[in-house]
Design a binder for this molecule. Structure first.
Ligand code: 0L1
Ligand code: MG
Length: 246
């Protein structure tokens, strides 16, 4: 199967809400080719009218990198249709999970890591909804890269002026019960490192981070299953909270 056909397979899994076998079970796919598949699948979304809205970073904790045997973060693209205002329709997702994130707002065009520190216009607490398109949420590194790093949705709380959030406490509650607690330091030791990596990787791929784009720097804790009928609140010390229902 060629790379465009692989992108169509992933895109159909999203639209049909149907898990698929790993692409690497049948196709020889390295990470470089997997990013081309990712880009082609995003192109299909753009063809349906979605606009690029940011970047998400994945495998930003050392623990997850070791688990996957990788030495670098991965990244994916966010579109405007992925933005969750207040509710997620989990019936439209295969096996969703949610995780607490630190989000950055881009204020000026960023073409390389050198541009990014001065381009931050805001920082917020956020969440990411993950939904691997693969059966059993099971994948190899090229599979998850092709699958846009499992991105399905994201939300952000109120934007705050740029500030250091290298070690702020984060809490995720479902229906008032704490389900995950951690620190933003779990994100590469400092989420700014992840933001710089986003700028580096996007720049190398010829993508400019545009004003108004959001960068999800990574998760402060493990993701948890996102059930139907739930109320989720994610809080980061000094950044307030963001809430979502399902
Ligand atoms: O955002 C993330 O760190 C997740 C990257 C993809 C792996 C997964 O689905 O857990
Ligand atoms: Mg994430």
């Amino acid at each position: 199967m060629n790379e465009f056909a692989l992108a169509e397979t992933l895109d159909a899994a999203v639209r049909d809400v149907r898990a698929i076998p790993r692409l690497t079970d049948k196709a020889a796919l390295d990470v470089e080719a997997a990013y081309r598949v990712q880009r082609a699948a995003i192109g299909l979304r753009e063809g349906r009218g979605e606009a690029l809205a940011g970047v998400k970073m994945g495998f930003t904790s050392r623990a997850k990198m070791v688990q996957m045997g990788v030495h670098d973060v991965i990244w994916g693209l966010l579109t405007d249709a992925m933005l969750v205002e207040s509710a997620v329709d989990v019936d439209g997702l295969i096996h969703p999970r949610i995780e607490p994130e630190i989000a950055y707002l881009i204020g000026r065009p960023v073409r390389s890591a050198a541009d990014v520190d001065a381009a931050v216009a805001g920082v917020a607490v956020g969440f990411e909804v993950l939904d691997s398109r693969y059966e059993d949420f099971s994948f190899t590194l090229p599979d998850v890269v092709a699958d846009n790093a499992s991105a399905a949705g994201y939300g952000v709380g109120a934007w705050h002026d740029p500030r250091y959030v290298s070690n702020v406490g984060m809490l995720m509650e479902i229906d008032g019960r704490a389900v995950q607690a951690g620190s933003s330091a779990a994100i590469l030791g400092d989420p700014m490192r992840s933001l710089r990596a986003a700028a580096r990787l996007a720049g190398a791929a010829g993508i400019t981070l545009e004003p108004g784009w959001v960068v999800l720097a990574g998760a402060a804790t493990a993701a948890v299953p996102l059930p139907k009928g739930a109320h989720v609140r994610v809080t980061a010390s000094g950044l307030g909270s963001v809430e979502v229902t399902t």
